[in-house]
Design a protein around this ligand. Structure first.
Ligand SMILES: NC(=O)c1ccc[n+]([C@@H]2O[C@H](COP(=O)([O-])OP(=O)(O)OC[C@H]3O[C@@H](n4cnc5c(N)ncnc54)[C@H](OP(=O)(O)O)[C@@H]3O)[C@@H](O)[C@H]2O)c1
Length: 323
């Protein structure tokens, strides 16, 4: 099968399209023929080994998993002997930590995989899992959200666009902070208020909030502290300058009445099923910025690394079609 491989850490140019052996499903696995996948910030972080300590997980000197790709949508090509939930030909979506930048991948039946929501294209279904998993992990750290006021900073990113929709579903009053070109998008995703950061600074509007979620790692607890209500929570997705965020997590447990929290995504089947339900109820949709064919993975990766994509960047493995 064709796959994008990398056998050393480095810039996007270390990626190359190659013929590799097609995986064979174990008894409890499903072989998925991938139609679409995405390039995520996690893919770029793992490929460049930034932060450096990610090598402890991915391989100290060179990457143990040579094929990146966290999320996908496609068709079941084959199933292991013990698989009961899926059959050949089913359209599925979900993810796996590695391996989706390829024509085929094996995923355990009990893993984060579900039947595709009706009416979704493969491109859309492939763009649902990663940003939403990261957003869910953070939102869960904030406790109950019903009736609480919340700022989502960097709301136009993959995590941000997911967070706006999920926070609305959980009942929060959402203020999305983004640039001029995505103001309308934020309204269409359900944001109650939108602050264009090129026109004003939400920390200077005199309002205070229960939760501030920096979904793009570009704000800080220091700058937001006065905009949090007593007992408020600052949610972070990034380790921050000199990895100061884990330290703040600890310090704010003991000092002051405002907490810094960070979510670690769980990547479970339960979450994929939850997203499928929301999509089918019309409460969640994937936001896609650009699409590239698999062979243009380097160009797609360079674009993701600008840090300016809106939502998600899709890699098309097989031409899309509506289900
Ligand atoms: N290292 C890892 O493995 C890893 C993995 C996943 C996530 N993360 C963290 O999670 C963050 C979010 O991931 P993501 O995939 O959602 O990011 P993303 O999709 O790349 O975010 C890009 C969006 O953020 C907006 N943005 C950029 N700079 C901004 C600023 N200063 N103020 C407000 N908005 C800004 C951009 O809009 P503009 O056009 O306005 O700039 C763009 O729409 C990453 O930045 C990273 O910190 C890290």
């Amino acid at each position: 099968m064709r796959a994008v491989v990398h056998d050393r850490y480095g810039p996007p140019d270390v990626l190359r399209l190659e013929d590799v052996e097609r995986p064979v499903p174990m008894d409890d696995e499903v072989l998925v023929k991938i139609h679409a996948t995405t390039v995520t910030r996690t893919d770029t972080g793992l490929r460049s080994a930034k932060p450096f300590f990610s090598r402890l997980i991915t391989g100290l000197r060179r990457p143990r998993n040579k094929i990146l790709g966290m999320e996908l949508a496609g068709e079941v090509e084959a199933v292991g002997a013990a698989v009961t939930e899926f059959k050949v030909g089913d359209c599925v979506f979900g993810g796996k930590g590695f391996g989706a930048h390829a024509e085929f991948v094996c995923i355990r039946e009990s893993g984060p995989l579900a039947h595709m929501p009706a009416g979704m294209t493969f491109d859309e279904a492939a763009s649902v899992y990663d940003g939403a998993s990261e957003a869910l992990a953070c939102l869960r750290k904030a406790g109950h959200l019903k009736g609480r006021s919340m700022v989502i900073y960097g709301a136009s990113g993959s995590i941000g666009t997911a967070a706006v929709q999920l926070a609305k579903h959980f009942g929060a009053h959402v203020t999305a902070v983004c640039n001029t070109k995505t103001v309308e998008l934020m309204r269409s995703l359900g944001a109650d208020e939108v602050v264009d950061y090129t026109q004003g600074d939400f920390t200077k509007n005199g309002k205070t909030y229960d939760v501030i979620f920096d979904s793009v790692g570009k704000h800080s607890f220091r700058r937001s502290r006065r905009s949090l209500k007593p007992g408020g929570v600052f949610l972070e997705t990034d380790l921050g300058f000199m990895w100061h965020v884990p330290l703040l997590l600890l310090l704010t447990r003991w000092i002051g009445d405002k907490r810094v929290k960070m979510g670690i995504p769980r990547y479970t089947k339960q979450d994929v099923l939850f997203l499928k339900e929301l999509i089918e109820a019309g409460k969640y949709r994937a936001v896609i910025d650009r699409r590239y064919p698999l062979e243009d993975v380097i160009e797609a990766t360079r674009y993701v690394e600008t840090g300016q994509k809106t939502g998600n960047v899709v890699l098309t493995v097989i031409g899309d079609r509506a289900t």
